[in-house]
Design a protein around this ligand. Sequence first.
Ligand SMILES: NC(=O)c1ccc[n+]([C@@H]2O[C@H](COP(=O)([O-])OP(=O)(O)OC[C@H]3O[C@@H](n4cnc5c(N)ncnc54)[C@H](OP(=O)(O)O)[C@@H]3O)[C@@H](O)[C@H]2O)c1
Ligand SMILES: [Zn+2]
Ligand SMILES: [Zn+2]
Length: 351
Amino acid sequence: MNYTVVKAFGTESSNANLQLLEIKRRTLLGKDVEIDILYCGVCHSDLHFARNDWGMTQYPVVPGHEVVGKVTQVGSETSKYKIGDIVAVGCLVDSCRSCQNCKDDLEQYCPEWVGTYGGFDKHLQENTHGGYSEKIVVDEDFVLKVPDNLDLAGIAPVLCAGITTWSPLRHWKVKKGSKVAVVGLGGLGHMALKLAHALGADVTLFSRSTNKIDDAKALGADRVIISTDQNQMDSVINTFDVIIDTVPYVHDLNPYITTLNTNGTLVIVGYLGPLDPMLVTVPMIMGRKSVAGSLIGGIAETQELLDFCGKHNITSDVEVINMQNINEAYERMLKSDVKYRFVIDMKSLKA
Ligand SMILES: NC(=O)c1ccc[n+]([C@@H]2O[C@H](COP(=O)([O-])OP(=O)(O)OC[C@H]3O[C@@H](n4cnc5c(N)ncnc54)[C@H](OP(=O)(O)O)[C@@H]3O)[C@@H](O)[C@H]2O)c1
Ligand SMILES: [Zn+2]
Ligand SMILES: [Zn+2]
């Protein structure tokens, strides 16, 4: 299949820095849209994937699945977008479109879903590459409309950090008066605070960091519980309807389960892998409490969130960086030293 070559930033191995690479973008198929990338958010998953933390990475990798850009070309059969439109792409660029999950707008659970990076592009017959690049070519069904009243750098993280926390808030029916807690104040965590607050919930942040209390309250938390302080943890036993756990590494879930109210659910979105220590079933059985997981969100639900953000004027708190500073940004993200999402200004790649 024909293609064009574009500049990108990626890595050839798990222990190498990200650097300038050249990648292919397919020549437009009928329903494809070519997007000139303006901003791309930096997700902790980008770092996990680049460093093969999940043991499934094939190299080279070009991360990035929080993409905002401008349409520069459209295929002959497109109907949703035109040249000049400001659009977004999140974590998905294709799926089978016929399984029950696809029919139910749950493309993220389709067995054949294609990730924006690290997926397989059946047209090019090679791995997909993400948003740390000049341009991307995506089927219009996986392209999203961006509300025109929002800052474009600030909207980028909605495409992953936002939808990953929105989807469980919606699935577990968070509404006015729901008691919601969020574990970890990073990219996902800060979006979870904003979104749960906007839904009218009473919101608590669990954090290890005592220096984030004022920020958390400004972002929408009604209170902050320092998770290493046993007295503070005891003060919220049997409290929450939903807990969204965004911590990226293995950690003890048991102290959080005891803070769920009867019928409450702890939703893991951060850590992927076996738990350690094991779960103690007693509080779960004694209070019909659940532990669940959740993966990003479908296309329709992501559009619903973008529209909700437009209506409520919600964007991410971002630190805009140049592409060339990505390796330093990864090190800072590992130290939780970002308020609260890095977003790459892709002009820097073109310079
Ligand atoms: N399920 C999905 O679909 C999905 C989608 C996107 C991302 N993810 C995953 O979600 C996780 C979070 O991503 P992110 O971009 O929000 O990361 P992030 O910006 O680095 O934030 C993670 C936060 O977790 C807390 N934390 C970090 N290390 C910890 C540790 N060892 N023990 C306890 N707390 C720790 C910190 O908050 P405090 O300082 O407040 O404690 C930190 O700010 C990543 O693993 C990512 O891969 C999953
Ligand atoms: Zn992500
Ligand atoms: Zn499917």
